[in-house]
Design a protein around this ligand. Structure first.
Ligand SMILES: Cc1ncc(C[n+]2csc(CCOP(=O)(O)OP(=O)(O)O)c2C)c(N)n1
Length: 729
């Protein structure tokens, strides 16, 4: 028999018979009326779980991970304020329902059923997923990747504190809010969870405000793998900087007490706390999972006997707040009501087309206060001697430093963060003096954890800041890539743009550093970023472009809510010369503030019609060297710098190559997964007659003399160009 039915029958039998599991007497301070309303929230959560299974059987529901056994989370919600941003575990239906009771105007039963039914009426995801979440309830939708929401919850907590000192224009959280995030006991082991908890402790011991409540819902198992007895308490009780609280999650009185104490502690001290809740898991893990196939039946039955609804009914009866017969009646009425509403909800519209689904990939623009650029007086003071350097050509690294300074002067909500970006000014000096110019609040030396850096950025963005996180080297993005792919990029999609996390992620990357590092400092693959829907990738190749493009990226984040990756070719940071030592051919003047290169605007050098070289980054630099040699051989070239790698400005590129007899793509990324793959496809579809590519080999990059052996070179470009032209003649 279906375990959900067994749990249901148990309730129907035990409630009127007062056959309750044993437990402690109710403890203060939960009041009787509030306790009854929590029981109602728990009951509704259970009824929704039952209905979600019925809907799935009828082909009207599509995903049935439930909250049964975890209904004690209703008492956690009650101990918090509805303005506290909540990043929830997937078993927290009761939390969301209890919170809805604190906010007038939400129709929680309808809303949650609409989510189960994938109806477009679902107010959070618009029918895209069964997610918990609500704008009105300050609950961002969560993807199903366990623990991936913890780094941004830490970021949100930091953002609450920072906004008290520097209120941003689009602030979302009230000043005394605390961030709450919940997760299971198995999830607590995930490196993402451990990283976030560690980051919270690391921050807290330095007396930086970090008002966050971690809630571990410990049902003792993750799908079928048990958590060692006592593990969560043993590993969490003594964490530096984080106060540990514990409660019986089956007991709403005890849970309300402990959650209240934890919340008071956090609001008073602005320090993190960890609430360890004992729960049970009913109905197995999800959907068709049959817990008795991997657990002894007695264990499953023991958990079922500890149904939190039975515990609540016992406590309410002991308190004289609600008679068990009335509890039974509430349960049955709730099940009936939910079934009636579900019958209505499933008649609602569903998403049909790709266009419907994709409508929320790109969020709406937001209104921003106009700015007049950095004020000249302050600018002169902040830049100091650097003002003089603006009158002479500079390499890219310097132009970027100036652009960051100007942008931070212009927009008080920009916050830079990363490993060594502050005191040292970055490995390559790009963020030099930013910390002394703008303070440690706005230029943050983070701990060494890329997930925490991006989580901090997401959390800050959620409270109206415009973060510019730095990933020290492209190869180290991979530690944290899911924070972009699974979290930042999906947030508008699963919330129909009701929640956004705009930011500009600066990543130092690509190859060609002579004599420094090997693969990890010269990573030449952007494939992991290219297919993330909605993500913008910019890659400048000169100092002037870098400054003008960075300004556009900040505009895209600030005004258009976009997540932008800004890839900085490390080898070009210090590049001064182009054709010969001392010619200064690769330096540019720093463009005046306000000069921008719009997204999709490509660069073109030369008007030659024999050959168009389509390239970006270091490829642009090498192609310009090759151009001179090809010109000497009588081949008239134009070099096109595509600048924007995603979305690829296909039409602009096709227009730019028009009239050229041949097109050569120069792509410093690998043959497999590089930009050239996409460009070849587009050129083929556009019917171009003669095109070819030069790419890097499918290899990692070596250290030492062979640093460039696997990469496109000037000579290789010249040879490929001649072969292409010769071959076609
Ligand atoms: C990163 C990641 N790995 C694996 C999974 C698949 N998965 C979903 S839930 C789960 C177990 C989680 O157990 P626990 O944290 O104890 O939460 P519970 O389901 O017991 O409430 C696993 C392995 C996932 N969602 N995310």
């Amino acid at each position: 028999m279906d375990r959900a039915e067994i749990v249901h029958e148990n309730l129907l039998r035990a409630l009127p018979a007062r056959a309750f599991p044993p437990g402690r007497a109710p403890v203060p301070p939960l009041e009787p009326a509030q306790a009854v309303s929590l029981f109602r929230a728990q009951t509704l959560s259970r009824a929704l779980d039952r209905e979600s299974r019925a809907m799935q059987k009828a082909g009207q529901g599509f995903y049935t991970i439930g909250s049964s056994g975890h209904e004690g989370m209703a008492a956690v919600a009650a101990a918090l304020l509805p303005t506290d941003p909540a990043f929830l575990h997937y078993r927290d239906g009761a939390f969301q329902i209890a919170r809805a009771g604190q906010v007038p105007g939400t129709n929680i039963t309808w809303d949650m059923l609409a989510s189960f039914a994938c109806s477009t009426d679902d107010p959070i995801s618009g029918g895209r997923h069964k997610v918990l979440g609500s704008r009105a309830l300050m609950i961002p939708p969560q993807t199903s990747t366990i623990a991936s929401h913890l780094p941004k919850a830490v970021g949100a907590a930091y953002a609450i504190g920072l906004a008290r000192r520097h209120p941003p224009e689009h602030r979302q959280y009230v000043a005394d809010a605390i961030a709450v995030c919940s997760f299971g006991d198995a999830s607590a082991n995930h490196s993402t969870a451990q990283g976030a908890i560690n980051a919270a402790g690391w921050t807290s011991v330095q007396s930086v405000p970090l008002p966050i409540l971690f809630v571990c819902e410990d049902n003792g198992i993750g799908i079928s793998t048990k958590t060692p007895t006592g593990w969560i308490e043993a590993s969490m009780r003594q964490r530096p900087g984080i106060r540990y609280f514990k409660a019986d999650g089956l007991d709403i009185y005890d849970t309300f007490r402990a959650a209240g104490e934890a919340a008071d502690y956090i609001r008073r001290t602005r320090k993190p706390a960890f609430l360890h809740l004992r729960t049970v898991r009913l109905y197995g893990h999800a959907g068709a999972d049959v817990a008795t196939s991997y657990l002894p039946r007695e264990e499953v039955e023991r958990d079922e006997a500890n149904d939190p609804l039975l515990h609540s009914a016992r406590l309410l009866a002991q308190e004289g707040a609600l008679a068990p017969e009335d509890a039974a009646a509430i349960y049955l009425e709730t099940c009936d009501r939910v079934a009636r509403v579900a019958a209505e909800v499933v008649r609602g519209p569903r998403l049909q087309t790709a266009r419907d689904v994709m409508a929320s990939l790109i969020p709406q623009k937001r209104a921003c206060a106009p700015t007049n650029g950095p004020a000249p007086d302050t600018r002169a003071e902040v830049f100091g001697n650097d003002i003089k350097a603006m009158t002479t050509p500079q390499p890219m690294g310097k132009c970027l430093n100036m652009a960051l300074t100007d942008l931070m002067l212009e927009h008080g909500e920009i916050i830079c963060m990363g490993e060594d970006v502050g005191a040292k000014g970055g490995v390559y000096g790009v963020t030099q003096r930013l910390q002394s110019r703008f303070g440690r609040d706005r230029v943050i030396d983070t701990l060494l954890d890329e997930q925490s850096i991006l989580g901090l950025a997401i959390g800050l963005a959620g409270n109206g800041f415009v973060p510019i996180p730095e990933i020290q080297f492209l190869a180290y993005l991979h530690n944290a890539e899911d924070q972009l792919r699974g979290e930042a990029a999906t947030l508008p999609f699963f919330s129909q743009g009701q929640f956004t996390n705009p930011m500009v992620i600066r990543i130092a990357g690509l190859g060609y550093q002579k004599g420094f590092g090997g693969h990890f400092h010269n990573d030449n693959s952007l494939a992991v970023l290219r297919d993330i829907p909605g993500l913008i990738i910019a890659c400048p190749s000169t100092g002037a472009d870098a400054a003008a493009m960075l300004r556009e990226c900040v505009r895209l984040a600030r005004e258009e809510n976009r997540v932008v990756v800004f890839v900085e070719p490390i080898a070009l940071y210090p590049m001064r010369d182009l054709q010969a030592p001392g010619d200064g051919g690769w330096m540019t003047p720093y463009p005046a503030p306000g000069t921008r290169i719009g997204m999709g605007e490509i660069g073109q050098h030369g008007q030659g019609t024999d050959l168009a070289i389509v390239t970006y980054g270091n490829g642009h630099y090498l192609s310009r060297q090759a151009e001179a040699e090809l010109a000497a051989a009588g081949i008239a070239v134009r070099v096109i710098d595509i600048r924007w790698l995603a979305p690829l400005p296909v039409e602009a590129i096709l227009a730019a190559v028009q009239g050229c007899a041949h097109v050569l793509i120069v792509d410093e990324c690998r043959y497999t997964g590089g930009q050239a793959e996409a460009l070849m496809g587009h050129f083929h579809e556009a019917g171009l007659a003669s095109f070819a590519r030069v790419t890097a080999e499918d290899s990692f990059i070596a250290t030492g003399p062979a640093y460039g052996a696997t990469l496109p070179s000037k000579d290789g470009i010249v040879a490929a160009a001649k072969a292409l032209i010769g071959g076609a003649v």
